[in-house]
Design a protein around this ligand. Sequence first.
Ligand code: UGB
Length: 628
Amino acid sequence: RANLGILADWEAELARILLSEGQGHLFENWPPPLNADADKHRFFKQVQKLDASYPGGLRAYISNARKLLQESRDGVNPFDGWTPSVPSGEVLTYGNTAFSRYEAEGVRQANDAAFVLVAGGLGERLGYSGIKVALPSNIVTDASFLQTYVESILALQDASNAVAEDRDDGCQCLPGVCPPQWTSFFPARTVPSGPRRIPFAIMTSDDTHARTQKLLEEHAYFGMDKDQITLIKQEKVACLADNSASLALDPDDKFRILTKPHGHGDVHSLLYSSGLLKDWQAKGVKWILFFQDTNGLIFKAVPSSLGVSATRSYDVNSLAVPRKAKEAIGGITRLTHKDGRKIVINVEYNQLDPMLRSSGYPDGDVNDPSTGFSPYPGNINQLVIKLESYVKELSKTRGLVPEFVNPKYKDSSRTSFKSPTRLESLMQDYPKSLSPSADIGFTVLDVWLGYAPVKNNPEDAAAKLAAGTPPHSATSGEAALYRANCLILRAAGAKVADPRTVRYNDQETEMWPRVVWSPKWALTLADVKAKVRGASVEIAQDAVLILDGPEIYLEAMKLDGALVIRSKEGAKVRVAGLDVRNKGWTFQSIGWQDRREPEELRVRGYKLVKREQKEIEFDKPGEFVVSH
Ligand code: UGB
């Protein structure tokens, strides 16, 4: 205490909190007063930030940490008393009537939605030093993940505004003032909806914030209004040195507490504390869609999953895909407590195997031999949350979701750690604190349609592939995009050739014709069907097709080579009787370790070589027919 020196009131208050929470060791090696004052103030600035960014402040953080560290030390099983079983959810079959209805409903609901991208993580596992949202989702158009996301939201906004009906705003009497029985005497009041803008929030971190901001600015926000996008930055949390939750000092700087990321669960407290939720509520937002940084397929699954949420009025709807045992995605599980409570929740991939083994499934996380997949659907961390119940819940919890701690102990006495640890949180744990009456559902999609994350470097990806689990690499992510687009074209009746088996970065993959379209060309299957006249469209095995414009109609076309069609708003382009044969574009292998090539290409193992192409562009309004 004697070493603290002259403090401002706010600093003295923070010092009192730390001392009363048993953190006196932080000041032990400080020089006497009037020495290193600037460093002492720097220390308190950091403490102030740590205190302000955690719901309930540092006191709450230390108290939560003590409890969780004690439980971890005692080996408390978080699933004690709970029995796992396979839950049942909405299983979508691509292209059937129910799917099409959900897609249409999702588009209708979209302008009552807001989107939230969690993008605070760095691509350490991927071996890419940039921010992951800047990576091209494919190298044929070079559109980055962020560009694809923003353009998809804008396309959804336009589509939703185009089908928006006037809204039923309830009866004309005063809610909460007039007796409810009066409502039947008054006609419902409809209000013109007017075009709406879909709000978009991006959670960044110190690692990604400046680069995300720069990427947006350099590309004029990819066409979105600047004030439609809000960046919310997550802060790191203090590291813990021991089981008493002593905050860990940086060994190289005794005026700095070591910090680490708290995980994507921070998104909830940030939405709450930033005031965004209240703002969105006032604007009439009903649904929030959360998604992750590198899934180039996700917007193909957005309309249908939003449609499911709205139709079933789910408070929380998690998107899932069939999961391979040991795949690094959580398993959606029904947990039933011996006292009768039930919950459908994600059990994270590192917990699923031990949880199953301790619950009477000695083989743990294994595939069901009859399907070749884990019986537990795989969580892809795309959540659709109903805003009304979310706001109510967050006003109680301030957005803090149940946390966990994962210390690496030095030995079996579990008394000291190999290195400082910290509390962590997961976005998908939000339903854990909801009341049992909440409507929590999940929607299972075909994996080809909705899930192709880019997470692993080529070596890890090849090892995963050899072990029978999906590689989730830049190579597989890009190939999945072409596959999805080709399968969608086939569903619309087009004749698309089978894929070729290729091998890049030691990963064998199926390479379909490289078909890419901009989100404004099509979002849903109905859009594709409206723009492609089925059997008269033929695409050969190594073809490349880029469609970039809202009104390009493929009526009769044969493509064996590369074709790019671009059109501006107002240009209606009918492709009728076009036969394109040229040398096309190919992918040329490059080595993962070949430092001459840029990182974004090395992670996928090939580069684009443009040999010959046909390019057609319409930049003026009007009707055009392309036949040669
Ligand atoms: N992220 C943040 O914004 N902040 C953070 O502090 C950390 C991450 P990872 P992982 O669907 O593929 C998740 O690292 O471990 C962002 C789910 O927990 O990619 O692979 C980050 O930028 C798992 O259940 O997560 O696991 C990224 O956008 C499964 O759903 C996102 O959070 C799996 O993803 C996820 O970060 C999956």
